[in-house]
Design a protein around this ligand. Sequence first.
Ligand SMILES: *[C@@H]1O[C@H](CO)[C@@H](O)[C@H](O)[C@H]1NC(C)=O
Ligand SMILES: *[C@@H]1O[C@H](CO)[C@@H](O)[C@H](O)[C@H]1NC(C)=O
Length: 403
Amino acid sequence: MTPASTEKLLLALFITLQPILALQCTLSEIPEDGQLNFRRLANKYGLSCEEHDVTTEDGYILKLFHIPGDKARPVLLMHGIIDSADTFMIRGNGSMVAALARAGYDVWVGNKRGNRYSRRHKRFNPDIHKEYWDFSFHEIGLYDLPAKIDYILARTGQTQLSCIGHSQGNTVFYVLGSMRPEYNEKIKLLIALSPICYLHHLPPPAKNIVQAWPFIDRLFSLVGKHEVFSDFSLETNVLKTLCTAKGSYELCGKGFILRIAGLDTDELEPDFLPIVMSHYPSGTSRKSGTHLLQLGLKRNFTQMDYGLQKNLAVYNSVTPPNYDLGKVAMRVALIVASNDGMCSLTDVKILRSRLPNVVEYRVLDWSKFNHIDYVWGRNMDRHLFPTVFSLLERFGDESKGDS
Ligand SMILES: *[C@@H]1O[C@H](CO)[C@@H](O)[C@H](O)[C@H]1NC(C)=O
Ligand SMILES: *[C@@H]1O[C@H](CO)[C@@H](O)[C@H](O)[C@H]1NC(C)=O
């Protein structure tokens, strides 16, 4: 039996067992906002939304959502790992997309290669070709971002745009700025929400996940699993069943998600969890996880480590090279929170010391603010948006050349 059919068999078994699980935890109806895709969700909250397909140099076809606004003020939002554009919209009227759109910004929301909206390629079929899944945040920074940035600048007639990244949605900009320095000029400002770059001062349990990853990675690799957390995978279905059931808040919310992200029950209330877990996670490559967690193990911001022989072939060196953060000349505003379980202030301090153009370093006031409050928080309008808007106004809205 092939690994793929083993997974299908397990999935079928799981679906068969679902009624038993359901009996135990009484599956609840998924609220409407959990059932709508990005575009329909935006429409529900009174925002018009266009869809654009952007093709990268290496053939990936990516979905960009666009909420049209003032063309002179384009903003690109980039989500984190195993996530999608949905993350910036699921709070409805309280979401980042709604807030930016109502303030008149021209809002563009990206989807990284491999997620539910960007699972397409000119030549490869993601279901058949494992080459499709041969990417990490490296390729996302190297190819996805330039394609999106150039597309947005062409459509708006601007020479620069502002960017907001969440979590690994920042890492990709550091790759871009260091590997393709000509793009630094195209970015007015990067607002780095929970900036992930160095990962060797993580607190537990995130730290334990990093340490356990080589083992999980081997397991996935043995069963030939190149795509992880896709909408139809076993791991996503198990997670969704456990986390959208009635009464799942203790186990899945407090016991799992908030344990890793940082405990803040005020900002993620029980009723909202099923909506979150209807949109999250979204698929990516196993290699994305591997590369990200290697940063923690290697204690540096390095390119993918393939092992001695392939490193020699790819890099002409036994160890992978570090990304040169000194070349990331774009303006960066680092926004951090002391209760963020996945982004330690010590790691951000290292990042801050190595980036040449940090214009702001801000620890958010709300002491319980955690890793996911940046996108899903109930009161982002109070805890986060004032900081974002003041930064956009200070650095983003001025015309080029003022700096
Ligand atoms: C969202 O906010 C807008 C503007 O404040 C309001 O008109 C609309 O009714 C709200 N939509 C929902 C579904 O709450
Ligand atoms: C990480 O890389 C930087 C830049 O190349 C180097 O200066 C530093 O010593 C490295 N840190 C560790 C812990 O190896």
